[in-house]
Design a protein around this ligand. Structure first.
Ligand code: ATP
Ligand code: MG
Length: 250
């Protein structure tokens, strides 16, 4: 099972969702976290950026490196990381115009897929070649939507991209679901937003809602998942519940 976490809107909780869902799944089986964002936030959530010498960029651009060559351990037992670094930003232009551009990740991953029970891919806030590579290689896509007045703006483009990829390069791709993040249950606006997103996505909206929690912001600085950093926090409980819901759907 390969799950891409995508939303071309910036700062909606993609990375926070990816790193913590990956940690939850690592408790159940061998898990790989692939960081495809040049910002390398997922990478830096678990390892020191200076320790990254080879990254996904090298795998996707050069023929010399095999996928397993870049995979490193994380402090989370059973969770492995294919890291990113800023060089990945150059990938976009390298892949455009290449006939196999959209298929590069899928191709590089094929001998590694069976070694992991769960693979999660964190993507940048764009719908460019990097995100397309992730969607082409995946079985599922999970979309975090930030609880805000403009929450649904842009989701049409994302859904259209998913449909296009399903139509041709990857008919197996499924929308695992949409999760509301950074929710503030106290406001009436938040309730309206929840209703509105529920109306659009129906049963594709996860029942679990991720509320605002300072602990979720803090844990990456300590290179820990929310489950060891603040096991009793709302964030830990909600991401655990989301992982259960996700695994029951896929
Ligand atoms: P980008 O598009 O830049 O990659 P992103 O979609 O990956 O962003 P995150 O980095 O996960 O978004 O989150 C943006 C910011 O909001 C981060 O500082 C993160 O710590 C914080 N954040 C994410 N989820 C929550 C939450 N539930 N409660 C409080 N803060 C959160
Ligand atoms: Mg991110």
């Amino acid at each position: 099972m390969i799950i891409t976490v995508a939303n071309q809107k910036g700062g909606v909780g993609k990375t926070t969702t990816t790193i913590n869902l990956a940690a939850a799944c690592a408790n159940k089986g061998r898990t790989l976290l692939i960081d495809l964002d040049p910002q390398a936030n997922s990478t830096m959530s678990y390892v020191d950026a200076r320790s990254v010498t080879k990254s996904m960029y090298d795998v996707l651009v050069s023929e010399e490196l095999d996928f397993p060559d870049v995979i490193i351990e994380t402090p989370v037992p059973n969770l492995f990381l294919a890291p990113s670094r800023i060089a990945l930003a150059k990938l976009e232009s390298k892949l455009i115009g290449d006939l196999d551009g959209p298929f590069r990740l899928k191709d590089r991953l094929k001998n590694t897929v069976n070694e992991y029970d769960y693979i999660f891919i964190d993507t940048p806030p764009t719908l460019g070649m990097i995100t397309v590579n992730a969607l082409v290689a995946s079985t599922h896509v999970l979309v975090p939507i930030q609880s805000s007045y403009f929450a649904l703006e842009g989701t049409d483009d994302l859904l259209e991209t998913i449909e296009k990829i399903k139509a041709r390069p990857n008919p197996n791709l499924q929308l695992a679901g949409v999760v509301i993040t950074m929710h503030d249950k106290r406001t009436t606006l938040a309730k309206d937003i929840h209703d509105q997103i529920g109306h659009v996505f129906g049963d594709r909206l996860f029942n679990t809602v991720i509320t605002k929690s300072i602990r979720l912001e803090e844990s990456p600085a300590y290179k820990e998942s929310i489950f060891t950093f603040a096991p009793k926090s709302s964030g830990a409980m909600e991401y655990y519940s989301l992982s259960e819901e996700l695994l029951s759907r896929v």
